[in-house]
Design a protein around this ligand. Sequence first.
Ligand SMILES: Cc1cc2nc3c(=O)[nH]c(=O)nc-3n(C[C@H](O)[C@H](O)[C@H](O)COP(=O)(O)OP(=O)(O)OC[C@H]3O[C@@H](n4cnc5c(N)ncnc54)[C@H](O)[C@@H]3O)c2cc1C
Length: 323
Amino acid sequence: MILGFVEWEAGEPLETSLQMLTLARDVADQTGTSLAAVAFGEEGAAVADHLGEYGVERVHHVADDRLTPYAPAAWGQALADLLEDHRPEAVLAPGTDRCQEVLAHVGATCDLPMAADCTAVEAGDAYEVTRHRWGGSLVEHARLEASTKLLSTAVHEVPIEPADVPTDPTVHTVEPTVDAEDLRVQVDRREESDVEGVPLGEARVVVGGGRGVGGPEDFDQLEELADLLDGALGSSRAAVNEGWRPHDDQIGLTGTKITPDIYIACGISGAVQHWVGCKGADTVLAINTDPEAAIMQKGEYAVVGDLHEIVPELNEALREREG
Ligand SMILES: Cc1cc2nc3c(=O)[nH]c(=O)nc-3n(C[C@H](O)[C@H](O)[C@H](O)COP(=O)(O)OP(=O)(O)OC[C@H]3O[C@@H](n4cnc5c(N)ncnc54)[C@H](O)[C@@H]3O)c2cc1C
């Protein structure tokens, strides 16, 4: 059995989980074994309705109320229990922060190695995996040998493909053996982001601002540009560290990875940690006073100049066109 760890929102699997299931099904096909999934929380069972399309035959639903708010060690223990009971050939999880954390707990508890951010697997006795390092700026080929292989999939790197033959998954309730110690770290409240409009990770147009914007109030021009293009506003970590923008806006290695049709980067140097978050854009247009800035070399279009002059002119032209 290959086991996929599925994250969901409002009873539906997240895109990153479907990407993972696509790779997991490929591994199951290669090894001639079945594909199962595990889901936590009250709507975990409802998720099963969406997983047949991806070839999942069995869903393990961890229904313990104590584990409904995210608790990394407890979720890891629940997965470790499943490993003990079912001895899967491999466990795959999407490379989100949470899933990486949980998988790391499983590795530590079960003394198993883990390969993070994989994009492809050749399954034999050992698995030959292709994986991203440094946010994708380095591609590594590695060999994973273990009784159960633990792998996470690089986010937005495996295109989602439904199974040729859909399945009708059965749901099995799991009762994990967690104790108070496993629940020492647990989410106790959630705050909704006050960022409005299109989510950064899904936007077709993104306008990003960096230290070159110069201050929080100067982001208004960029926000207007994003609005005129029905896009989302993002920023570099420098702008977040300055307190000009919320962390939700951060693009990069430790922020959101974006995949828009066009990314307009204003006053951003294009450090590698920023680039790995925006290189999934079809087109990058950089506006920068420094023609030597890394982003000016890497992007498709470079406008040399002061963003405080160029962005208002762009807005003006777009407003005129709209009018
Ligand atoms: C572990 C780690 C993780 C990191 N993760 C991230 C991450 O997720 N995302 C991220 O962004 N960074 C990240 N960083 C930080 C990263 O290394 C850079 O420091 C950061 O991206 C720089 O931000 P910036 O380009 O806005 O600022 P700077 O590097 O200071 O660049 C500012 C740019 O603005 C230009 N400029 C100045 N004035 C103007 C003007 N008037 N008009 C036009 N252009 C102008 C300058 O020429 C310059 O190119 C991380 C670093 C580390 C160590």
